[in-house]
Design a protein around this ligand. Structure first.
Ligand code: PLP
Length: 426
């Protein structure tokens, strides 16, 4: 079998755990995460209801409370009150379930016929999962407002722009009901101003969701926690432990302040699942907080990560990647042929090779060619985005084994390929 895996499978694998992997956002694996995943595979329970495997539900509640405390989430998000946390497969599922909860909540108030009038707001830098969730939730396509975020706000959503758009929508009889803000956007790690945006959402009776899929992990460090300030006015908060928190894929942590909103939107109660504990309302049945019925014992791997590494080691882990990203940023600054395009906040550096003779369309082609040239060497893997019409290269540090020597080696490949491309374009 090993022979076949080596011959047929591995040549087609992109090695996300390689120390030379700098594309998209990281997807961490670790010994603790792996052991938790193995234990889960061995037990192979299907914990849809509490009764289906009480330890699975109980452990999930406990570890999400722990993680909420590490992130200094407000107490309303803890399981002791009306809120609580749940592990979803992905951030896409997280935004879908809270959108459904918010939609049903507003429709109970204004009447089911108003679906066509409901409006969702976010910046155009928001992850495409929001748009997909809107499609699935039956939101009218024109009512998913992706407001333009520009370089003047470092690609963060402007509260003034949001306010104006909401006022215009209200005057034409639409119903604003959902705002999604992001801490660490996918393209460039922009941070939306949560407090100002959240206040606008609350004063208009809207659900406020915060997507911190990637950057949430950094907020366990006191020096980065301020990027989440304002989360106290949010209704839901999401971070992917499977990105940059040493927890094997998949493990997307979602917290809500009012779990009954999720349950009212997603609960079913068929005869074959009825049991005393659920009927007496004494337990959490996570099937009512998610799309599928069946669910894996995912909390085991997060539990292992938190128990085996602990907060201090996790903080050091994050800080080290941010230090390496800063190092890469300094390397770029020393080469006048390149520029850093947006301020680096976490461990992603957005940069580009400057166009020859300020020819922007040539610049886009040049950077596209540079990306292909670097990736085709197989010695480093980076990805791209487009910001304000410019083709930008993304260098995301975050693989567990990445050290300074790997960053230096990737930079050397980038410089060498840039030299060749510039010589060809003269
Ligand atoms: N939100 C942000 C900010 C992201 O960066 C990503 C993916 O990179 C997502 C959501 C979607 O994540 P998932 O693959 O968990 O659905």
């Amino acid at each position: 079998m090993t022979k076949y895996i080596q011959a047929k499978i591995l040549p087609g694998v992109t090695h996300w755990q390689s120390p030379n992997y700098f594309a998209y956002y990281p997807s961490n694996s670790s010994v603790a995460g792996f052991v938790g995943e193995m234990l889960s595979a061995g037990l192979n329970i299907v914990g849809f209801s509490w009764i289906a495997s009480p330890a699975a539900t109980e452990l999930e509640m406990i570890v999400l409370d722990w993680l909420a405390k590490m992130l200094k989430l407000p107490e309303d998000f803890l399981s002791a009150g009306r809120g609580g946390g749940v592990i979803q497969g992905t951030a896409s599922e997280a935004v879908l379930v809270v959108l459904l909860a918010a939609r049903d909540k507003v429709l109970r108030r204004v009447g089911k016929d108003a679906l066509e009038k409901l409006v969702v707001y976010a910046s155009d830098q928001t992850h495409s999962s929001l748009q997909k969730a809107c499609q699935m939730a039956g939101i009218h396509p024109e009512n998913c407002r992706l407001l333009k975020a520009t370089s003047s706000t470092n690609y963060a959503l402007s509260p003034e722009f949001l306010s104006e758009t909401i006022s215009q929508d209200l005057t034409i009889g639409l119903i604003p009901f959902f705002l999604c803000a992001t801490v660490g956007t996918t393209s460039s790690t922009a941070v939306d101003p949560l407090l100002s945006l959240g206040k606008i959402a609350k004063s208009n009776g809207m659900w406020f969701h915060v997507d911190a899929a990637y950057a949430g992990s950094a907020c366990v460090c006191p020096e980065f926690r301020h990027y989440m300030d304002g989360v106290e006015v949010a209704d839901s908060f999401n971070m992917n432990a499977h990105k940059w928190f040493l927890t094997n894929f998949d493990c997307s942590a979602l917290w809500v302040k009012d779990r009954s909103a999720l349950v009212q939107a997603l609960s079913t109660n068929p005869e074959y699942l009825k049991n005393k504990a659920s009927q007496a309302n004494m337990v959490v049945d996570y099937k009512d907080w998610q799309v599928p019925l069946g669910r894996r014992f995912r909390s085991l791997k997060l539990w292992m990560v938190l128990r085996l590494y602990g907060l201090e080691n996790l903080q050091c882990y994050i800080r080290n990647h941010i230090k390496l990203a800063k190092h890469f940023e300094n390397l770029i600054a020393q080469d006048p042929r390149f520029e850093v395009v947006t301020p680096r906040i976490f461990s992603l550096v957005c940069f580009r090779l400057l166009p020859v003779r300020n020819n922007e369309s040539h610049g886009n082609k040049l950077n596209h060619q540079l990306l292909d040239a670097v990736n085709s060497t197989g010695s480093a893997f980076i990805s791209h985005t487009v910001l304000s019409g410019k083709y930008i290269l993304r260098f995301a540090v975050g693989a567990p084994l990445t050290e300074e020597k790997h960053v230096n080696a990737a930079w050397k490949v980038l410089q060498d390929k840039a030299t060749s491309l510039l010589a060809e374009s003269l």
